[in-house]
Design a protein around this ligand. Sequence first.
Ligand code: GLV
Ligand code: GLV
Length: 315
Amino acid sequence: ESYKVLVTRKLPGPWIDSLKEIAEVEVWDGSESPPRTWIMSRIKDKDGVLVTLSERIDKEIIDVSSKLKVISTYSVGFDHIDVHYAKSKGIKVTYTPEVLTDATADLIFGLIITVARRIVEGDNLIRSGKWNVPWNPEFMLGKEVSHSVLGIIGMGRIGRAVLKRAKGFDMNVIYYSRRPHDVEAKFVDLDTLLANSDFVVITVDLNSETYHFIDYAKISKMKRTAFIINASRGAVIKQDDLVRALSEGKIAGAALDVFEQEPLPQTNPLTKFPNVVLTPHLGSATRETREKMAMIAVTNLVKCLKGESPLYEVK
Ligand code: GLV
Ligand code: GLV
């Protein structure tokens, strides 16, 4: 039996080649997301589709397909897929959590340290020829990460991996999530978290409850010396409100890996703040993790095609 599969991106590692041994595979070979019309015209007779977070898989696309059994996404986030509608049509949605947890938590810690210790500012200073005073006791002082208070919003896999790293820095960790978890950190309400944290880290996924969850009113409850860090989804923060809060000095800075619009245009006001660190959605971007994600995404897809349980299904 041969399955027909659509893959919207070339992926690192050998996994797409191995998929070709059991299925007829059509792969988009551009380096950017395929046009929507490319997906629409090809998904019709496919049994499975492997997508990334850049392709929006909504009702319209799902309705074009007539045989689809599985939508396998190469990501931990699944806000780009109408999961509810897919399920109502008997289509399984699978994803790649766990393998990217450590890479993402590493990046989050990198962002915390980078924004707190002004690493990018210092680098820019040297490159632009402006490091012209010798060592000085009050030069470019930042905020100490060790022993500070870390507030984690969301305590899923990534939240727990951030917590584990924070222990190594002797941080005092508090967290807020829908329910308490069995972790070594203090569960607090959101206002308490905002008012007490030196670093507020967002690790929730994007859904109708978390859309624009962090707005001007909430940012204003943070300490003026505190930083906000986001590597989940841009739209969890109301970006215009963050810009306003930064302009008014309501917080000390931000480090962001995700944005409401990606790619973030250079003209965006966020790029004007020296106390804001920006990275282009790199949470899972290590060679090791991206290859593991390909293995999981392909395995999920194949298992669903064969009628077996996938490794990770979005429930
Ligand atoms: C990355 O943002 C992912 O969802 O995998
Ligand atoms: C969310 O999926 C997380 O791993 O925190």
